[in-house]
Design a protein around this ligand. Structure first.
Ligand code: HEM
Length: 162
């Protein structure tokens, strides 16, 4: 019985040291220096501005959405899109544009238009030699903006209306 209690005590000590090693390991992971941000990995300001330039060219040639930008000021749009792209990928840049949901809310944007915009962006990433891993991360960010952009009033009735 004495031996049994002794072994339980040893197991207890072992477990608690394993647990504290785990905590230490977690702390080590948290404290490890972060790698380059997504913004840095896609080439920082130079890379991002080049991507945004190609996104603009793609949008103005894309039959699904080009009419949306007929009366836009390209210099301003490219600047604010650069800013939001930079901020969303971890760049130390200030976004000076409007709130995304507010800006797009009265445009009645469809799923098809949203997908067209995403396709244009992905094409621009490929053209600028952005690797698949970074493309996947950017796609996830874009996808997260969908509820703020696409018309939330699209009902079954609207979709099936004849
Ligand atoms: C994919 C996610 C999208 C993001 C991150 C995004 C981002 C932006 C930003 C930052 C602005 C400028 C806001 C401002 O004026 O201060 C903007 C404006 C605009 N967006 Fe989007 N957008 C997205 C999707 C779309 C879609 C799907 C359409 C439909 C084709 C669209 C059409 C427009 C239009 C027409 C403007 C106004 C341009 C102007 O000021 O002349 N956007 N967007």
């Amino acid at each position: 019985m004495k031996n049994f209690i002794k072994s339980i005590a040893i197991v207890g000590v072992l477990c608690s040291s394993l647990a504290s090693m785990n905590v230490m390991a977690d702390e080590a992971v948290t404290a490890a220096p972060a790698g380059p941000t997504l913004y840095e990995r896609i080439g920082g300001e130079k890379g991002t501005r080049a991507i945004v330039e190609d996104v603009w060219t793609n949008h103005t040639n894309n039959p699904i959405i080009k009419a949306r930008f007929l009366y836009s000021d390209p210099v301003r749009v490219k600047q604010v899109v650069f800013e939001i792209f930079a901020v969303a990928t971890g760049g130390d840049v200030e976004y000076t544009g409007m709130d995304l949901a507010e800006r797009h809310s009265n445009m009645n944007i469809s799923e098809m238009e949203f997908n067209a915009v995403v396709d244009d962006i992905m094409d621009a990433l490929t053209k600028n030699n952005v690797a698949q891993k970074e493309q996947d991360e950017i796609l996830a960010v874009l996808w997260a903006t969908r509820p703020a952009i696409v018309n939330g009033n699209m009902t079954t009735q609207a979709l099936t209306a004849k």
